[in-house]
Design a protein around this ligand. Structure first.
Ligand code: FES
Length: 197
C-alpha cells in the first residue's frame, strides 16, 4: 500500500509543472528547477507546485495555473478573526453560490485555515485584484479589514476572497483544487496525490 502511494506520488510529482514566484521574489526550490514546464505544458493546464517556506503574514505568493494567477496568502489569527464579523456586508458569506472544492467551503475557504489558495481573478469581468492585507483604512473602504480590491470597477473582497455587497462582482473568487505535499510545498490543480482535478 505504502509503495503504491509512493509510486503514485512520485509519478504525480514528475508530471507536475513548476512556475516561479511573482510579486514577493521567492527563490524557486532548486531541485524543482529542472522540471520547469514548456509553454505547451503550461497552456495545457498541468498542475503547478508552489513553495511557501518564505511566505510571511499578509504576503502574497503568485503562481500561474491554466493561464490564471493563483494567489497564495498567509493569514494570521488577527486576519482570520476579521472573517467572523463580516457576514452582513457580504453577498455570499457561506460561499453557497461560489466555486470552491468541498474542503474549502468553510469560513477561511481553505484546507489549512492560515493559508489562502485562490484564483486571483475578479468574478466581475476578469481583472486581477490587488492585495491589501493590512487592517487599515483605505480610500475605497474606511473600515477595511484586509482583503482584495479590484481597481477595474471597484469590487472588494475579504481576506478569504468573499465579495462585499456593493461590488459589481457577483460571487466570491474561485478556490482551485490543491494538495499539500508537505508543510512547505503544495500542488495546485489536483485534489489528491492520485491525480485528477
Ligand atoms: S473586473 Fe473587477 S470590478 Fe470589474
Amino acid at each position: 500500500m505504502t509503495d503504491k502511494v509512493n509510486e503514485s506520488r512520485r509519478n504525480l510529482l514528475i508530471a507536475t509543472s513548476v512556475v516561479g514566484a511573482v510579486g514577493v521574489g521567492f527563490a524557486a526550490v532548486p531541485f524543482l528547477k529542472s522540471w520547469l514546464p514548456s509553454e505547451r505544458a503550461k497552456s495545457a493546464g498541468e498542475p503547478v507546485t508552489a513553495n511557501i517556506s518564505k511566505l510571511e503574514i499578509g504576503q502574497k505568493l503568485q503562481v500561474m495555473w491554466r493561464g490564471q494567477p493563483i494567489f497564495i496568502v498567509l493569514r494570521d489569527k488577527k486576519l482570520l478573526d476579521t472573517l467572523t464579523g463580516l457576514k452582513d456586508r457580504l453577498k455570499d458569506p457561506e460561499s453557497e453560490e461560489s466555486i470552491q472544492p468541498d474542503y474549502a467551503k468553510n469560513l477561511p475557504r481553505s484546507k489549512k485555515e492560515g493559508l489562502l489558495v485562490m484564483v486571483g481573478i475578479c468574478t466581475h469581468l476578469g481583472c486581477s485584484p490587488k492585495t491589501y492585507s493590512e487592517i487599515v483604512p483605505q480610500a475605497f473602504d474606511a473600515d477595511w479589514k484586509g482583503g482584495f480590491y479590484c481597481p477595474c470597477h471597484g469590487s472588494t473582497f475579504d481576506i478569504s476572497g468573499r465579495v462585499f455587497k456593493g461590488s459589481p462582482a457577483g460571487t466570491n473568487m474561485v478556490i482551485p483544487p490543491y494538495i499539500f505535499v508537505d508543510d512547505d510545498n503544495l500542488i495546485i490543480g489536483v485534489d489528491s496525490l492520485e491525480g485528477g482535478a
